[in-house]
Design a protein around this ligand. Structure first.
Ligand SMILES: *[C@@H]1O[C@H](CO)[C@@H](O)[C@H](O)[C@H]1NC(C)=O
Ligand SMILES: *[C@@H]1O[C@H](CO)[C@@H](O)[C@H](O)[C@H]1NC(C)=O
Ligand SMILES: *[C@@H]1O[C@H](CO)[C@@H](O)[C@H](O)[C@H]1NC(C)=O
Length: 173
């Protein structure tokens, strides 16, 4: 049995080195496993848009969850590009390794969330006022263009529980 949830984010780079969040979409395909009481963008200030996501996990506690990040580049549709990495979530939080690409993706969201603690997870997950700035892309050699980042999660045994889709454009010199 599959559980799917989707979060779609669209980032558009406007001016030089600027990445702006313009659209956010969350869908749960199994509301007995996960629901999104909140999933929206909010204007935080002039030209600054933040994402707010409340992920309510209904089968707690979470002791094991495999997370996979895949990046796609858009060229007549989205094609896998550069990254396809997965790790077990609880292990990554217990033994963070800043040199790994996987952890790097996490660091983009951690400052805006309550995920930075070791397992088990017994609470809802919140992402608040999440913005993306150039630092997030400084180490990732993505050329100017349109991209999609997917974040897939499963329970580490058999079931996919979610897929998060992030669409963005990079317009960096
Ligand atoms: C998010 O941004 C809004 C608007 O700037 C602010 O009022 C709110 O306190 C912020 N929330 C958090 C959790 O930082
Ligand atoms: C990502 O890697 C996994 C494991 O190697 C593979 O099964 C999957 O097809 C890959 N996904 C893409 C989109 O390349
Ligand atoms: C996560 O928390 C640890 C311990 O408080 C801290 O050292 C680390 O910098 C945090 N990581 C991120 C990405 O915020």
């Amino acid at each position: 049995m599959k559980y799917l949830l989707w979060i779609s984010l669209l980032f558009i780079g406007e001016s030089h080195g600027y990445v702006r969040l313009t659209n956010l979409k969350c869908e749960s395909y199994d509301k007995s496993f996960v629901v999104f009481p909140e999933c929206r963008l909010k204007v935080l200030g002039r030209g600054i848009i933040g994402a707010n996501i409340h992920v309510k996990l209904l089968k707690l506690p979470i002791n094991r969850m495999v997370v996979r990040f895949i990046t796609y580049r858009k060229l007549n549709g989205y094609h896998p590009f550069l990254f396809n990495v997965s790790e077990e979530h609880c292990r990554v939080l217990r033994y963070p390794n800043r040199l790994r690409v996987f952890y790097y993706f996490y660091t983009a969201f951690m400052p805006f969330s309550n995920i930075n603690h070791t397992c088990p997870y017994n609470d809802d997950i919140y992402i608040r006022n999440c913005t993306l700035d150039d630092r997030m892309f400084a180490k990732v050699p993505l050329p100017k263009g349109s991209y999609k980042l997917t974040l897939e999660m499963d329970d580490g045994v058999v079931n996919w529980i979610s897929i998060i889709n992030i669409h963005f454009e990079i317009d960096v010199d």
